[in-house]
Structures are given as structure tokens and as C-alpha cells.
Design a protein around this ligand. Structure first.
Ligand SMILES: [Zn+2]
Length: 625
């Protein structure tokens, strides 16, 4: 990666004279709710941070403009404001934070234009990967390099625990070894350096601190180093400065960007964020076939001649599932096939009197979510309208007779079949289904199918046909044996590492799509629990805020809102600004708008967020608390 421009440190650069705050005009200023990402182009510092911030803002649905200085020239007032009473951005994120460093040359007037805008409109700034420059009020320790080489175990200060209050206060921020970091400390006597004109920063608040370093180049004594902190300037401006770079593949950014965005927007922005973790278990009540470790195949598939015993949950597995769910505060959704309640095929057995699993599951029915998986798991790709309707209705009838609390509007078809069957929309309309599951690995976007929303589900890293760790490991390595891009785990712990990493990427990605596994994974060795426990251990090491668990119905609504909002943003259909203590939103087409920091929605982490409907005839004005 390109280093910060440390070479330019040749002398103590004097900062310019401070402009006086502008006298407020008669017109109440308007500031648009939009973020400006400033980059210095691919040849300078910042492309990695730019990619990281775009990923964050895209995932959260935050509107932004990108300004590339290498193409469009230095940032001027015209870039930032329409007039003295109309600012275009409520937050500035400098993906190349060195722009504002006194160690770095920029075209005349550029630093001043940015500072003037922030001062006039009360707008904050993130100076990402800005380095340890004296202008930020930072003294450099001389230590720089990869976090691993520097021995960094970065932690949150008390102030950091407030800005990043959704994180575990004891978190060790997982800065990846591929990053480049400078260790700095705030000047030991800021008013002194202020008086000498070295900096106009009056105080520096460290949020993320690293190892103790020092003494600094300017004589700061040995002290805990700063990696992320807030520089408070004499004129009231505030910068959040980081001394480490980042990238779209870094987990450290996924963790910290949320708090940085909350801070830089003063907690008010379009967009919203949750960590989601919903999990479905398909084929409940039915048996699943079992992978053969000796034959490397599954009986019934691809001409497999091996034989194995099927896998089916027992009453003890129901007890274990309910206990795990309660202990972890995670709802497990059973996606059931009523036909499995009569495994012997006996006619007239409606309440599972003959089946211990059915009895146990119904006894614990209120401890799970219930979703229909059709009556018999029939392949619906070429099924008739009557067959599809029967498969849906029979399962619902069974659930109703047994008082299993399913929502008849939700449906998962066997193997996600029937989604391209031309009669399926009619079948869904006749049975009142408004949510139908899809496979996110082949069909990732939510869409309409007749009256129903297709809710894509992420395959979990445990296969439908395994009840033991050995089976899971063997099948994974057999499938990917010739794929050089996929790791080949030789131990269960390695497999857990892979699985938890993959799932966490979705959980922390503001992604309401549910995961799906199978009843086999709750049976025997319970391979699901190992994977989920590893996932949750890691999650809780990072986050204090629990995961949100939307139902399939809510997930469908959220996914369509997210999709509709993205198209409205792309089409430029929405204008939002803050003026006179209220947010004003107008739209040229009806759209649901995500908003954080008002009275709309529910509290998640430090802020309240939700969705507000706006149309050309019904703009929204929301008071800012
Ligand atoms: Zn199934």
C-alpha cells in the first residue's frame, strides 16, 4: 500500500489564521442529508478507504456523492455548497485524510474551503488514514507498520465506548495484519502547542487506543497511543482522525464505521443498520438422507450405490434445540412437513400419536418459529396447480389441527422448487402466501412472484445430509477437492473457523436474508450448534447489541424496502435536508425511506431507526429530537 506522506515532514507547518465564524443570515440555513466521500484518486492514498466506505454506505443505504480530486481538481466551496445558506452535505468523509494534514501540500485554498464549510454549516469530518500530523494535535512516536508487527491490541477508551456503544466495551479491535498503522499520542500540553501555532487543536479525545509508546518527536511523554480519535479545533470544528488504513475486506472497518458514521452525521442520516441473524431448519418431521463417508456420495443421488441410515431428529434433539434457543436468545424456525408426523404412513394419524418426535415437537411448539415446508416436500417445478395448492393447504390444515403457530402467509417449498412454475403465482394467491423462500446463493435479490415476495435464504455451512462432524468434513473436502480457491480444512476446528467467518460476513452486513440449515443438523452430533456457537462467541466478542431476528414476513418487507430505496437513490428520486430543526423529505415517486436519528422506527444500538413512506403528494417533515 502507499504510505502516508511522512516524507513531507520537514518543519512545523504553521496553520493559517482562523476565520471568524460567519454571522448567521436571516434565512435559516439548509443542509442536505447526504455524505460526501472525497478521494484523491487511484494514484494517491485513499482508494482502499474509499472502497471500504462505499461498502459501508451502500450496505446501510446512505446517500452519498464521490468527489475524486485527481479528476475534478481541488475541493472548493462550490463543491460543498449551493449558497451561503444551502450546504450540500451533512458529513464529509475524506477517504484520503492526509488532505487536511499540515504535513501534506494541497492546492492553495483547498484546506481552507473544507474548513470554512465545516465551520459555517456545523458539519463534521472524518479524516481517514490521516496519519499522526501535528496539525491534528498529534505527536508521532516513530512507530509504524502492520498492527501485528507493532504488537497492537487496540481497545476502546471510555470515550470510545460511547461513540462505539454497540460494541463490546472490552473488545480488542481486530485490525488485520495486512493494514498499515502509525502510532501517535496527543500533544502533552495542547494549549502550549496551540500558543506556538503548531496546531489549533485545543483537545484531542482518543477513542481507540493502542500500546503505550513514546516519547514522541515533539517530546510527548510515554503514553497510550491513539489510533482513532477526535480533534477538537479552536474554531469549533471537529475531525475524527484515524492513523490506520482500511479496505473493503477489513472486519475492523465493518465494526468501527457504524460509530464513525453516527458521529460524523451527528446521529442523523438517511439509511439504517441492523445485524441480522435468523435461521431456518428445513425438513422438520421428515428424515434426511445421510452422506456416505466410504462411498463419498448420498444414497438416492447421482447413482450412489452406498447405503446409509437416514437422519431424523429425536425427542431429545427437540429438548436440546429449545434449551439452546432459550440460552442464546436466538429463535429457531422449524420448517416442517406435516406428512412426516406419520412416518409409518398410517392413515388417520393426525396428531402424531404414533410418533415420539411429533409429540415432543408439539409439546414444545411455542418455543420455536413455525414455517410451512409443504405437506410432503414434493418437487413443484412441474407440478399442477391442484398439486401445489394441495401441498400448501394440507400442511396448513395439519398445523391448524395441532395448533402449531405457523403464519400461513410464509412458505418454503421443497428444494426451493416451483419458483419458475407458471402456475405457482396462482397457487400462492389461492392459499394466501405472500412470502416464498428462494436460494440466495443462486438467486440473491428479493423480488415479486405474483403476490408473494421471494425471500432469498443463505445456505448455512452445514449440509442437509450430515448428522456428524466427520460427515460434514468429508463431504466438504470431497466436493471442493480440486478447487484451489477453497481451503481444505483437515480438522473440525478449521471448518468452524471457515464457517463462522463466512456467516459473520452476512450477519454484520445489514443483511436481513435468513440462513437455512436442516433438521439433520440438529440431530445426532448437532453440527449446527458447533457452528452457531463459534459464530456467537465471535459476535459477542465484538458486539454488545444483540442480533435482530426478523420473521420471514418481516425479512421480505425489509428486503423489498431496501431494494426500492436503492433504485430510488440510483434514479435520484429523493431529496432530503435538515432545516429549522426538522428533516424534510420529498420524492418524485412513492418510496420507503430509511432514516436514523429521528422518532421513526425502533431503537437498535445507540440510535433509533426505521422507514418512512414518502410520495410526490405526501412529503415528510420529521422533527429532530
Ligand atoms: Zn427441504
Amino acid at each position: 500500500m502507499k504510505r502516508f506522506w511522512l516524507a513531507l515532514l520537514s518543519a512545523i507547518a504553521l496553520i493559517g489564521l482562523l476565520a471568524l465564524p460567519s454571522v448567521s443570515a436571516a434565512v435559516t440555513p439548509r443542509v442536505d442529508l447526504k455524505v460526501l466521500l472525497v478521494s484523491s484518486g487511484p494514484g494517491a492514498d485513499g482508494p482502499l478507504q474509499l472502497a471500504a466506505w462505499k461498502e459501508t454506505l451502500d450496505a446501510m443505504g446512505v446517500p452519498y456523492d464521490t468527489y475524486d480530486r485527481s479528476v475534478s481538481g481541488p475541493v472548493t466551496s462550490a463543491v460543498l455548497q449551493v449558497s451561503a445558506d444551502h450546504g450540500k452535505y451533512n458529513a464529509l468523509i475524506l477517504t484520503d485524510g492526509t488532505i487536511m494534514s499540515n504535513w501534506v501540500w494541497t492546492p492553495p485554498g483547498e484546506k481552507e474551503a473544507i474548513a470554512d464549510y465545516e465551520r459555517s454549516f456545523g458539519v463534521r469530518e472524518v479524516a481517514d488514514a490521516a496519519g499522526p500530523a501535528s496539525g491534528f494535535g498529534l505527536d508521532f512516536s516513530g512507530q509504524q507498520g502492520s498492527p501485528a508487527a507493532l504488537g497492537v491490541a487496540a481497545t476502546l477508551t471510555t470515550a470510545g465506548q460511547q461513540v462505539f456503544s454497540y460494541l463490546n466495551p472490552g473488545i480488542v479491535v481486530p485490525y488485520e495484519s495486512g493494514l498499515y498503522m502509525y502510532l501517535a499520542v496527543p500533544f502533552y500540553d495542547l494549549p502550549l502547542w496551540n500558543g506556538w501555532g503548531v496546531t489549533d487543536v485545543t483537545s484531542f479525545t482518543t477513542l481507540v487506543q493502542g500500546p503505550t509508546v513514546g516519547p514522541g518527536w515533539f517530546g510527548s511523554p510515554v503514553a497510550p497511543s491513539t489510533i482513532v480519535g477526535i480533534a477538537n479545533h479552536a474554531d469549533g470544528r471537529q475531525q475524527l482522525v484515524t492513523t490506520v488504513n482500511s479496505s473493503d475486506w477489513t472486519i475492523s472497518d465493518k465494526l468501527l464505521h457504524i460509530g464513525m458514521l453516527n458521529w460524523v452525521t451527528k446521529g442523523l442520516y438517511l439509511g439504517s443498520w441492523r445485524n441480522y441473524f435468523s435461521i431456518h431448519f428445513d425438513d422438520v418431521l421428515l428424515p434426511d438422507s445421510r452422506w456416505s463417508i466410504t462411498g463419498h456420495c448420498t444414497p438416492g443421488e447421482d447413482g450412489c450405490t452406498a447405503t446409509t441410515a437416514d437422519i431424523r431428529m429425536t425427542p431429545a434433539d427437540v429438548t436440546r434445540a429449545a434449551a439452546w434457543s432459550q440460552a442464546n436468545g436466538i429463535r429457531l424456525d422449524v420448517v416442517f412437513n406435516g406428512q412426516g408426523a406419520t412416518p409409518s404412513g398410517a392413515k388417520g394419524v393426525k396428531k402424531g400419536q404414533n410418533d415420539a418426535l411429533t409429540t415432543a415437537l408439539l409439546a414444545a411448539k411455542t418455543k420455536f418459529g413455525w414455517i410451512s415446508h409443504t405437506w410432503s416436500h414434493e418437487d413443484l417445478d412441474t407440478a399442477s396447480l391442484k398439486t401445489i395448492v394441495d401441498e400448501i393447504n394440507k400442511n396448513q390444515t395439519w398445523a391448524t389441527a395441532n395448533k402449531a403457530p405457523m403464519n400461513p402467509a410464509e412458505l418454503v417449498t421443497g428444494g426451493h422448487t416451483g419458483l419458475s412454475n407458471p402456475v405457482t403465482p396462482t397457487a400462492l394467491a389461492r392459499t394466501g402466501v405472500t412470502r416464498i423462500a428462494g436460494d440466495a446463493s443462486v438467486d440473491p435479490a428479493a423480488r415479486m412472484l405474483g403476490q408473494a415476495i421471494v425471500v432469498p435464504r443463505h445456505p448455512s455451512p452445514v449440509y442437509y445430509n450430515v448428522g456428524t462432524k466427520a460427515e460434514q468434513l468429508d463431504e466438504f473436502n470431497w466436493i471442493y477437492q480440486t478447487d484451489p480457491w477453497v481451503p481444505h480444512p483437515t480438522s473440525w476446528n478449521q471448518y468452524l473457523d471457515l464457517s463462522a467467518t463466512q456467516m459473520l460476513g452476512f450477519v454484520v452486513g445489514n443483511d436481513p436474508r435468513p440462513f437455512f440449515a436442516h433438521q439433520a443438523n440438529l440431530a445426532e452430533e448437532g453440527v449446527f450448534y458447533d457452528v452457531a456457537d463459534e459464530l456467537l462467541v465471535r459476535y459477542r466478542a465484538w458486539f454488545s447489541v444483540p442480533t435482530a431476528q426478523p420473521t420471514m414476513t418481516d425479512a421480505g418487507t425489509l428486503l423489498m424496502q431496501q431494494a426500492g430505496w436503492q433504485s430510488a437513490l440510483t434514479a435520484g428520486q429523493v431529496t432530503a435536508y435538515i432545516q429549522s430543526g426538522a428533516v424534510h423529505i420529498t420524492a418524485t415517486a412513492p418510496v420507503s425511506v430509511p432514516i436514523t436519528g429521528t422518532s421513526i422506527g425502533s431503537v437498535y444500538g445507540p440510535l433509533r431507526s426505521g422507514w418512512v413512506s414518502v410520495s410526490p403528494t405526501a412529503p415528510a417533515s420529521i422533527a429532530v429530537p
